[in-house]
Design a protein around this ligand. Sequence first.
Ligand code: FES
Length: 150
Amino acid sequence: MERRKFLGWVSVGMLASSLPVAIAACSSNGSTPNNSTPISDAAPEIDSTPDAEGFVAVGTNQELEDKGYIYEKQLGVIVVSNSGQLAALNPKCTHQGCDVEWKGDSGALVCPCHGSKFGVDGGVIAGPAQKPLPVYDFKQEGDLIKVKVA
Ligand code: FES
């Protein structure tokens, strides 16, 4: 074998054997992306059967304390806690129907679509929405927060 061909094959061999090491060195920590602990945002299982007065459990006091709000999409309810004051509202923005988000640091419900802002009483703080968010009756029963949607 000619010297030039021999050196060519040695170079290819070295490159092939060092490639996996180079790839491993380039990864952040050598771990797979799926080895982290999943964080569940799911609410604990609660009985959502309406009681005799029509109140439905939407979450627990612990959940409200942990997150500052409970969002129950199927029922169309958001319960927020603002400095200990609770409120249950319909989260559909009265401008064009996007779901508002609770911004606990500003004590307001803010629409991500066009920026309308509502207070915990549902009143409009900033437009373009003109009408307030509907508010619902609610009650705390044991550890549960129940809302009457109707
Ligand atoms: S849909 Fe909420 S501001 Fe437009």
